[in-house]
Structure formats: structure tokens, C-alpha cells
Ligand binder design. Structure first.
Ligand code: NAD
Length: 316
């Protein structure tokens, strides 16, 4: 039976429609969802993790495109570390690790992505950049390829609108960080996304050993609507002297059973990503409760982005 959902505004009505569509999609027929080649755009922390898990668990060949040679080099170094860690733990043999690595083909040639039948974009959280990429994918990718974004907060409807002629095949597969560890993946439809696209996305992330949660196309979706304001509030506590960084992190770890303190978590996610998501929540809802902390804005301006720049709330 369909769940009863009450709507109180136009936006809620749209969300409800999308959720109902999500609840009513039929299960994909076996084989229908099989992905023969995955394309991943962006070899940063998320893209690299997605490529790794797809090569290791789904066992599919992956084309990994990045515009920067340096990022690919750094990503491959990280991949070697992940594989060696698993070999040392006895999860698989060196030969199997080599096999996983051989399934990933890194390149700076964007056009190499067009042969894939499922593409996941994981470039920085910049609307114009993502829209530009989806415009290219709409014209270059095969006519039945699923075009997925890993955006943390940008409207899927907006990204799909940039994929002219391929809007129905655009969806969001929002993997969590670190991808090899976190099981949950949010799957989000834009207004234009078809039920078949949603289905294929759900089925593909399951082949990666992930547990999908369907969410409406609403600012921050489920995960970041809850997580990023929590991090932002922790930064406000720091800047207004409610507590020192160690006290804030220790309290949440030891008093509230969080695996990491919110400031260490912000460093890990990337302060630029945290700010981008707060800005989306603030501008899209118009609600002042989502105003980004002044300290967060200043740290991003200073280039203190957390682990990736070796300096954030802590030094790395
Ligand atoms: N960091 C997190 O915790 C997290 C969690 C969930 C989702 N996300 C989302 O995933 C996406 C990627 O985040 P990230 O943390 O991996 O970022 P990142 O900065 O670590 O990596 C982005 C990569 O994209 C590459 N890139 C930039 N422009 C490109 C282009 N035009 N073509 C190809 N490659 C390009 C960069 O060189 C870089 O390697 C963002 O949308 C982010 O919001 C991040």
C-alpha cells in the first residue's frame, strides 16, 4: 500500500509527487540494469572511492576522467594505499588487488567517458561546472546511458535541465564519504527523471554493496539537510567561544556517540564543500537559520579547506 503523505505547500506537493513516483517504481528485471562500463568524472576523494568500489565489488570496468593530471596521480596513489590495506588485512590477494586496479582506466581525455553506459559525475560542488558537464554528456553519451551526479546539494532538476534532450536520464547517486566504508547512498530524482532511470540507479548502487535511500529533490536532500547545519552550528560554537575545538569535538564523540567530532568531520569533508552546501540551503530556502558561519567563510577564503589542503580546524 502507498504511504499517505500530506502536503502543505506547492513545494511539498512536488516533493510528494516525486516520492510517490519513487515508491511506485517497479523492480528492474534481472539483467536489465547490468552496467558493462562505468564512467566516473572527477578523481577526487569521492570519484576515486566510487571507481574503487565499482571495480572491486561490482567488478565493472571503469573509465575515470579528471581534467587534472595531478589529481589523477594523487588519486592513483590513494587507490594503491586502499588496495594494499585490504591485502594486508587478508581481504584479498595481491593478484586480486592487481585485477581491481586493472579495471580502472584513468584519463584526462573527457571524450573517453562517452562509451560508458552509466556515468557518475563527481567534480566540485559548483553549479555552472556541473551544468556544463551535463550539457556535454547529453550530446556525447549513448542515448540510453544513465547520467548521474554525486552532488551534495544542488537541485537535480537544475542539473537535468542542462542535459538538453537527455533530461529523463539524469539522476543523483549521492555516495557518502568515505565511499568504501559508508553503505548508504541517497538516490534523488529531478522533476524530469523517469522511473526507469531511478530504478537503474537503485539497482546499480546495490551491485556496489550499497543501501539506497530515496529522497526528494529538496535542498540538501536528507543527509546534508541534517548533517551540514550541525557542522555549521559547531563552527558557530567555536567562533562565539562556546567551546574550544577539542572540547566541541570531544563532547560530541564521547557524549553523543558520534564517531568523529563535527570540526574534524568538516575538515574531512572539505570546508569548501561544507560552505557550498550551506550556501545552497540558505539561498534555496531563503531561511536565515541556514546562514553559513562567518568563520567557515573566512577559512575557505584563506584556502584552509581541511585535510585536502593540510590545514583546517586541525593541521594534517
Ligand atoms: N567530500 C565529501 O565528503 C562529499 C560527500 C558526498 C558528496 N560529495 C560531492 O561529491 C562531489 C565531489 O566532491 P569531492 O570531495 O570528491 O571533491 P574533490 O575536490 O576532492 O575532487 C573533485 C575532482 O574533480 C576534478 N575536476 C574539476 N573539474 C573537472 C572537470 N571539468 N572535468 C573532470 N574533472 C574535474 C578535480 O581535479 C578533482 O580531482 C561534489 O559535488 C561534492 O559535493 C562530497
Amino acid at each position: 500500500m502507498r504511504p499517505r503523505i500530506f502536503a502543505t505547500s506547492f513545494q511539498s506537493v512536488r516533493c510528494v509527487r516525486q516520492l510517490r513516483r519513487s515508491f511506485s517504481v517497479s523492480a528492474a528485471t534481472p539483467g536489465e540494469e547490468s552496467v558493462k562500463q562505468l564512467g566516473v568524472i572527477g578523481a577526487g576523494q569521492m570519484g576515486l572511492g566510487i571507481a574503487f568500489v565499482a571495480a572491486q565489488v561490482s567488478k565493472v570496468p571503469v573509465v575515470l576522467v579528471d581534467s587534472s593530471e595531478a589529481s589523477i596521480h594523487k588519486g592513483l596513489g590513494f587507490l594503491d594505499k586502499l588496495l594494499q590495506k585490504d591485502v594486508a588485512k587478508g581481504k584479498y590477494s595481491q593478484a586480486e588487488a592487481n585485477e581491481v586496479k586493472s579495471r580502472i582506466e584513468p584519463t584526462t581525455k573527457f571524450d573517453s567517458i562517452f562509451a560508458a553506459d552509466f556515468i557518475i559525475e563527481a567534480v566540485p560542488e559548483i553549479t555552472a561546472l556541473k551544468c556544463e558537464i551535463f550539457g556535454k554528456l547529453a550530446t556525447g553519451a549513448k542515448s540510453d546511458t544513465i547520467l548521474s551526479t554525486n552532488t551534495s546539494s544542488i537541485s537535480i532538476t537544475k542539473i537535468a535541465a542542462a542535459a538538453k534532450g537527455a533530461e529523463g536520464r539524469v539522476v543523483c547517486t549521492h555516495f557518502m564519504n568515505p565511499v568504501p566504508v559508508q553503505k548508504g547512498v541517497e538516490i534523488i530524482s529531478g522533476l524530469q527523471t523517469t522511473g526507469e532511470t531511478l530504478n537503474r540507479a537503485v539497482e546499480f548502487v546495490k551491485t556496489m554493496g550499497k543501501i539506497p535511500s530515496v529522497s526528494a529533490d529538496s535542498p540538501g536532500f536528507i543527509a546534508n539537510r541534517l548533517l551540514i547545519p550541525y557542522i555549521n552550528e559547531a563552527i558557530i560554537c567555536l567562533e562565539t567561544g562556546v567551546g574550544a575545538k577539542e572540547d566541541i569535538d570531544n563532547m560530541m564523540k564521547n557524549g553523543c556517540a558520534m564517531p568523529m567530532g563535527p570540526l574534524a568531520l568538516a575538515d574531512f569533508i572539505g570546508l569548501d564543500t561544507c560552505l557550498a552546501i550551506m550556501n545552497v540551503l540558505h539561498t534555496e530556502t531563503g531561511d536565515s537559520k541556514y546562514r553559513p558561519s562567518g568563520l567557515l567563510q573566512k577559512m575557505v577564503t584563506a584556502g584552509w579547506l581541511g585535510v585536502k589542503s593540510k590545514k583546517g580546524f586541525y593541521n594534517y
